[in-house]
Design a protein around this ligand. Structure first.
Ligand SMILES: C[S@@+](CC[C@H](N)C(=O)[O-])C[C@H]1O[C@@H](n2cnc3c(N)ncnc32)[C@H](O)[C@@H]1O
Length: 437
């Protein structure tokens, strides 16, 4: 080892001294840290046992230091429902007086007496009839169904509805069956409920149509016209309705300028009352107003002032607007006639409500209640011109056939009219076969 000079020796001594001082300081700091950690742990344990005693955790459990962080597992994809992907299962299948698409009304209101039945599948509920309790109090129901006879799903953004005689419009501005998810929506009349079966009329669905859901039609929620004409008393009723979480929008209050709480919160009865009034006013405004500009001090909806709106609408006080081709369709409705022979054939049908022994060979309707109802249904179908655009333009002279309940109807079209030539009985027209499902 090389000899060390005095000067270096002194430097080494100084450094050794500094190191021992730093070691001491480090030891002190470590001790301080340990005691702080112990105190902190003690506090945490106190909080933990307090929470445990309140029933929110395991009593007496010592806090242990967290285990070393495990590598994060790969993020699981959100559940299918959250992605909007569901496997549907029909709640039932329609049996209706229309067995094929041809001649089925394009909308339910076209053909009042069109009748159908929907039996809730026992595979969906243990007691299917329980799912219908209360529904009998409504006159109309929304039916959400699958256009199962479309052949394939369609991704065409533009369609040519028959009533537009060749004009193309965006699929979402129409009720076309040909849409990406092939879902149909019909507002049907609810005639009666017997056990697990709903009896409907005013339908535009063919026999075998799978139904995915049923909802009651509630004008106050579903019709802007009804909402516009609410009386103040009705509004009060609505206000109390709004207290139910399911129906109200209170949880979504977005605008502090409408609902103003003072900084100290709601302390007195009068401020609580004021806040409740504001909440009520907000709920009404939210339900009955269309835009912020229409929000007034009064909770009662005022008719819009004569604002200039170039969108067409049915009447002055109605808020909903509709496309011009619905108000004034290019295809006008047709006059419907029966030949004497067709009238005679129709009159021979017995109707579905005839009871007692019936001669097996007599024509008989399964769904329709009277010959008049059948005649009205035929008129409804034909007056709306059920032909495709192709048939209308290229095959004007051809006979047109369609099925209604247990009848095969033959007719032809002239300028501005349709004439029924024959009404022929077909015994098992509407039996739902596995094929139609
Ligand atoms: C224009 S769509 C309207 C249906 C419903 N009201 C809607 O707006 O969603 C009615 C037409 O769909 C056709 N249709 C009815 N049931 C069907 C089914 N299950 N599958 C495919 N097409 C059907 C018939 O030709 C009927 O005239």
């Amino acid at each position: 080892m090389a000899p060390v000079c005095d000067c270096c020796c002194e430097k080494v001594q100084k450094l050794k001294l500094q190191v021992s001082v730093m070691r001491k300081e480090t030891r002190n700091l470590r001790q301080m840290l340990d005691s702080a950690t112990r105190a902190h742990r003690k506090q945490l344990n106190a909080v933990y046992s307090a929470v445990s005693k309140a029933g929110l955790g395991e009593a007496g459990k010592e806090l242990t230091p967290p285990p070393p962080a495990a590598p994060a597992p790969p993020a699981a994809p959100p559940p299918a429902l959250e992605q909007g992907i569901i496997q549907t299962a029909p709640i039932g299948y329609i049996s209706s007086c229309f067995s094929v698409k041809n001649g089925t009304p394009r909308q339910p209101t076209i053909c009042g007496p069109s009748r159908a039945e929907l039996r809730i599948q026992p595979s969906v509920f243990n007691n299917p009839e329980h799912a219908l309790l209360g529904l009998e109090q409504y006159s109309h129901v929304w039916i959400i169904f699958l256009f199962h006879k479309n052949g394939h799903l369609s991704n065409k953004a533009k369609v040519k509805p028959p009533r537009l005689n060749g004009r193309r419009v965006g699929v979402y501005s129409t009720r076309s069956p040909h849409r990406p998810n092939a879902l149909g929506l019909t507002l049907a009349t609810l005639d009666k409920i017997v056990g697990d079966t709903i009896h409907l009329s005013d339908i535009d669905m063919i026999a075998g149509t799978p139904v995915l859901d049923i909802k009651p039609y509630i004008p106050a929620y579903d019709s802007p016209q009804t909402r516009t004409h609410k009386e103040p008393n009705d509004l009060n009723t609505h206000q109390s309705d709004a207290s139910s979480d399911e129906e109200s929008n209170i949880s979504n209050l977005p605008t502090p300028q409408i609902l103003t709480l003072n900084s100290s919160g709601v302390s007195s009865q009068s401020s609580l009352h004021r806040v409740l009034e504001e909440v009520k006013a907000f709920v009404i405004q939210d339900d009955f107003c269309q835009s912020e500009e229409q929000v007034s001090d009064s909770p009662v909806k005022k008719a819009p002032e004569s604002t200039v709106d170039d969108r067409p609408c049915y009447g002055e006080e109605v808020y909903s607007t509709i496309a011009d081709w619905i108000r004034a369709p290019p295809v006008s409705s047709l006059e419907v006639r029966f030949t004497p022979r067709a009238e005679k054939e129709l009159a021979e049908f017995l109707t579905s409500d005839v009871s007692g022994p019936v001669d097996g060979v007599k024509p008989r309707f399964k769904f329709l209640h009277s010959v008049e109802e059948a005649a009205a249904a035929i008129r409804g179908v034909l007056s709306a011109d059920p032909r495709s655009i192709y048939m209308r333009n290229r095959c004007r002279d051809r006979l047109f056939f369609f099925a209604l309940d247990t009848a095969d109807v033959t007719c032809w079209f002239g300028r501005g009219f349709a004439e029924v030539l024959q009404v022929r009985y077909v015994e098992h027209q509407n039996a739902i076969t596995e094929e139609t499902k």
